[in-house]
Write a protein that binds this ligand. Structure first.
Ligand code: PLP
Length: 375
């Protein structure tokens, strides 16, 4: 019997088998609402009311969801978080940034700044995968780059101001919507909708403090060369009109607005974060008890509640377990490829039902037993 032949009993399987860390589960109700709205929404101008109202709903909804203080603004543009890194390199970092690096994503933003000829080389404070770095500071830094949740390793880090000077830029791509945050602790908190916001990729969103807006305006008006598609001041100007500089994906916007509305109806960020806590508790409790598995992140306080990573003992091949799950419709729990560990990675985002996370653990137990019976 090969992995592909193992049938997990349907009563053990989760109701929805999507556990990918991004793109992640999109709720059926949101897709149905999009289908219903499609005839008058999809294929219409993004400069007209129909689409602008959806962007307005997103900007206002996020303000409410994150309890943004007066003066904070929601800015958006095309290209996802990766594109925003380049936008920050051009239009947010004045001279030099400091990066807390503890995995692939935090490292990528540091690399993007290292390539910029107009900036001094970045300062990098690095930690081993599976932990997060200490809040060390350095001289002459005008942007501190934090990552609220390192999606590649399943480690989350608190959002706080490392020093009294310098703006705080937080990559919250996989954290925003699932982890608690106080807007006073950041200047720009940015993300993309294909993770906790259960939509599709290709868009970036940024919650900006008054100091962040001032920085964007100052650099945007300076004589530094900034490509227009990466210009944060252009993005800010367009966002204020509930539009984007160039054409956005209308389906992505719709699904995002739907998810924000849904999470607000359920109780907002506190509700969403509690639901992620519940899923995380079920996943890590199971892993602690399982003889063949354990949470990859040793310190329980650093374990992410939005992306869980579970290491397996050598005798169990996590890749084979993932294949069994995949052939049973439970997908995308393979580890982050570059981390290269014998582990499973499980998204715990708000759209994912905690009962489904628990069902996933039972399905893994079944798959491991079946694979063992095989050897
Ligand atoms: C997914 C992810 C990114 C990349 O997002 P894109 O929208 O694909 O550019 C960046 N940072 C973190 C922490 C992520 O989880």
């Amino acid at each position: 019997m090969t992995a592909d032949d193992i049938a997990i009993p349907s009563e053990l399987l989760p109701g929805d088998g999507r556990f990918g860390s991004g793109p992640s589960k999109v709720r059926r109700e949101a897709v149905e609402a999009l289908t219903a709205a499609a005839p008058t929404y999809l294929g219409t101008s993004h400069r007209r009311d129909g689409v602008k109202q959806v962007i307005g709903r997103i900007r206002e909804g996020l303000g409410q969801f994150f309890s943004l203080p007066d003066g904070y603004e929601v800015v958006l543009g095309n290209g996802g978080s990766t594109m925003l890194w380049d936008g920050l390199v051009f239009g947010f970092i004045d001279q030099a940034s400091l990066h807390y690096v503890f995995g692939e994503f935090s490292a990528k933003f540091a690399e993007a700044t290292a390539l910029a000829l107009h900036l001094r080389p970045p300062v990098v404070i690095e930690a081993e995968p599976g932990t997060h770095p200490p809040f060390e500071v350095a001289e002459r830094i005008d942007v501190f780059a934090l990552t609220h949740n390192e999606t590649s390793t399943g480690v989350s880090m608190p959002v706080k101001r490392p020093g009294t000077e310098g703006l705080v830029a937080v990559d919250a791509t996989s954290a925003a919507g699932g982890l608690r945050v106080d807007p006073r602790d950041f200047d720009i908190y940015y993300f993309a909708p294909q993770k906790c916001f259960a939509s599709d990729g290709g868009l970036w969103l940024a919650l900006c403090s008054p100091a962040a807006i001032e920085r964007i305006e100052t650099l945007g008006e300076s004589d530094r060369y900034i490509p227009l598609s990466l210009d944060l001041l252009v993005a800010l100007t367009n966002s204020r009109l509930d539009q984007t500089y160039n054409t956005p994906a209308l389906a992505t916007l719709f699904l995002l607005a739907h998810q924000i509305d849904w999470m607000l109806e359920q109780g907002g960020l506190e509700w969403a974060a509690s639901r992620c806590d519940d899923s995380a508790h079920r996943l890590y409790t199971w892993a602690d008890k399982a003889a063949y598995a354990r949470p990859f992140v040793v310190d329980p306080g650093e374990r992410s509640h939005v992306v869980g990573t579970i290491d397996f003992e050598d005798e169990v091949d996590a890749g084979a377990v993932a294949r069994v799950l995949r052939s049973n419709g439970v997908v995308d729990v393979e580890p982050y490829r570059k981390l290269g560990r014998n582990q499973l990675r499980v998204a715990l985002y708000p759209a994912i039902d905690p009962d489904d996370v628990e069902a996933l653990t039972h399905s893994v137990d079944f798959a491991v037993d079946a694979l063992r019976g095989d050897s």
